[in-house]
Design a protein around this ligand. Structure first.
Ligand SMILES: *Cc1c(COP(=O)(O)O)cnc(C)c1O
Length: 233
C-alpha cells in the first residue's frame, strides 16, 4: 500500500508542478489537499507520513473519527463538504480551513463554535454550475453579502471555492473554473478590506490540472491518489 500510495502521490505532485509551471507559477503555489473520504485511518496516516499534511473530508463524522485517531499527528483538516448546523459544534473546532462556507447562516453560526482567538480561515463556496443539488452561494448573491461576511470576526475569508458541473466533461469543467476566477476578479473590486480573495479552491482528480491552469491555489484530490489501494477507488 505504501509503495502504491507513494507512486500515486508522486504522480499527482508532478502533474501539479507541470500545470503550475504552465500557468507561470511553481508547485509550491498550489496546495494539495488529500481527500481521504474513501479510505480508512491507516491509509490516511500513510498519506500523512508520505508528506501530505493537508487532509480533506466532506462528511463531518469521518472528520471527527479520523482527527481523533490521528491526534498524535498534526494534519491540517479541511472541511470540504456541506456542514449542517447541528454538526458545527463538533466540527468547527477541529478545522484548519473551512472550504464549504456555503451560506451566510453557516458562516454566522460558526461563531459560537470557534474556540480560538485567531480567526478560522474560510472560503466562500460558490455554486458555479447552478446545479440545484449543489450547495453554495449563487454567484449574484455574493457581492450583496460581502459587508455582512466581512463583519464576521471569527472568520478570515481568504477566497472562493467551487465545483465543476457534473455534466460536460473536462471542457465544461475548465469553463466553470474560468468563470469562478472571473467572478473572483470582479468581486475583488468591491471587496471590503477584511476579506481577501487570493485563494481559489477548485479542481478534483479528473480536472485539477485544468483548475490550476485557470488559477487554482488549492486542489482537492481524492480518488486518483488511492487508485490500486484496498479501500481506495
Ligand atoms: C470527494 C470530493 C473531492 C475529491 O474528489 P475526487 O474526484 O475523488 O478527487 C473534492 N472536493 C469535494 C467537495 C469532494 O466532495
Amino acid at each position: 500500500m505504501h509503495m502504491q500510495l507513494r507512486e500515486n502521490l508522486d504522480r499527482v505532485r508532478e502533474k501539479i508542478a507541470e500545470a503550475a509551471k504552465a500557468s507561470g507559477r511553481v508547485a509550491d503555489d498550489v496546495c494539495l489537499i488529500g481527500v481521504t473520504k474513501y479510505v480508512d485511518v491507516e491509509t490516511t496516516r500513510t498519506l500523512y507520513e508520505l508528506g501530505c499534511h493537508d487532509l480533506g473530508e466532506s462528511r463531518p463524522q469521518q472528520l471527527w473519527s479520523k482527527s481523533e485517531a490521528m491526534a498524535d499527528l498534526s494534519p491540517r483538516w479541511h472541511m470540504i463538504g456541506h456542514l449542517q448546523r447541528n454538526k458545527t459544534k463538533r466540527t468547527i473546532p477541529l478545522l484548519s480551513f473551512l472550504h464549504s462556507g456555503d451560506s451566510l447562516r453557516l458562516l454566522e453560526a460558526a461563531k459560537e463554535d470557534w474556540p480560538h482567538a485567531e480567526p478560522l480561515p474560510a472560503l466562500i463556496e460558490v455554486n458555479i454550475s447552478g446545479d440545484k443539488a449543489k450547495h453554495g452561494f449563487p454567484p449574484a448573491e455574493i457581492a450583496p453579502a460581502l459587508r455582512q461576511i466581512a463583519a464576521l470576526s471569527h472568520l478570515k475569508i481568504v477566497g472562493l471555492m467551487g465545483m465543476a458541473s457534473l455534466e460536460g466533461g473536462r471542457d465544461q469543467a475548465q469553463r466553470d473554473f474560468a468563470a469562478l476566477r472571473q467572478l473572483r476578479d470582479t468581486l475583488r473590486n468591491e471587496c471590503p478590506d477584511e476579506i481577501s480573495l487570493d485563494e481559489l479552491s477548485m479542481g478534483m482528480s479528473h480536472d485539477f490540472d485544468l483548475a490550476i491552469l485557470e488559477g487554482a491555489t488549492m486542489v482537492r484530490v481524492g480518488s486518483t491518489l488511492f487508485e490500486g489501494i484496498d479501500g481506495g477507488h
